[in-house]
Write a protein that binds this ligand. Sequence first.
Ligand code: NAP
Ligand code: ZN
Length: 349
Amino acid sequence: MTTANAFATAQATTPLAPMRIRRRDPGPTDIEMDILFCGVCHSDIHQARNEWRNTVYPCVPGHEIVGRVTRVGSAVTAFRSGDLSAVGCMVDSCHTCTSCRAGLEQYCLSFPTFTYNSADRHLGGQTYGGYSSSIVVDQAFVLRVPAGLDLAATAPLLCAGITTYSPLRHWHVGPAHKVGIVGLGGLGHMGVKFARAFGAQVVLFTTSPRKIADGLRLGAHEVVVSSDAAAMEKHRASFDFILDAVSADHDINAFLSLLKLDGTLTLVGAPEHPMPVASFNLILPRRHLAGSAIGGIAETQEMLDFCALHNIVSDIELIPIQRINEAWERMLKQDVRYRFVIDMASLRP
Ligand code: NAP
Ligand code: ZN
């Protein structure tokens, strides 16, 4: 057993503060890594503040991890000490159910072990995430970091990247499609980049007029401020696919009405409260409302390799961990351009 430096919340209402946590020694199939960078996902805030009503404290968030391997178990062949490595939202699953066998570990029928706030099958208690100096993960859940990518800007790909890549791929978004991305935050800005890279006609919907220029720079063909009723009306019943990446309660009916016949609105945002849906917004003209969770391990590797090939990374603000509480407050004010990433050097002595 080793220990690591971490930042944790002791309860829903307290800020993150330093804490020492335990990490297991690597078993035969495990990889131990020093964490170099960890992205800051809005899920970290939802979870740490118990907005999904299932948080176990203390809570060490963080699931956008890029690290360097320090030790490997006796049966590990794909990684060696010194290699770059990455971990996303999951660290284990049952490996045997139909979902796992289909490479959809995120939909494991026994529920995946998430990187934080899941039952820790090795040490007991709950798993602790990437706001920490090191982590130990089974090799089946460790990703390879392709050469040539900026490491800090790669970290957000492990959640924001795959969570937008996977649904755009699943719904076959391509050149024939008009695609909307709702919310220009960590997920949304990756959604814009991927939808553009896949050849779609991309419209970004934002509540923040100050983000219009960035939306265009990131790859949107058009940016619509969603409070502008006339601009919204112009797009009525015209979209093939809309990806909703909003972290707070909002009116999804306004976006459902923008879908054309058989169009799909997929929620990846996970706000605290249920959102009402007007039936007739789905009935006419036969619209679909869907959801999507992160992506499987093989697809996450595919996404990282796609990013290396197409030179796609996240736009980040690099911070020392001592500024994490301030970063969270800024995210809650929709003020992040467009992902905070923690430089874990700030957590080492
Ligand atoms: P984020 O960086 O904080 O971005 C969220 C964006 O939502 C904001 O930048 C803002 O965009 C928009 N927004 C915020 N409050 C709003 C409001 N009251 N009304 C309308 N729009 C608002 O968050 P994130 O890290 O991208 O995460 C987004 C959501 O996805 C979170 O709920 C997170 O938990 C969830 N998530 C889901 C999965 C999954 O597997 N499905 C994975 C990761 C994260 P504008 O300023 O452009 O309006
Ligand atoms: Zn996340």
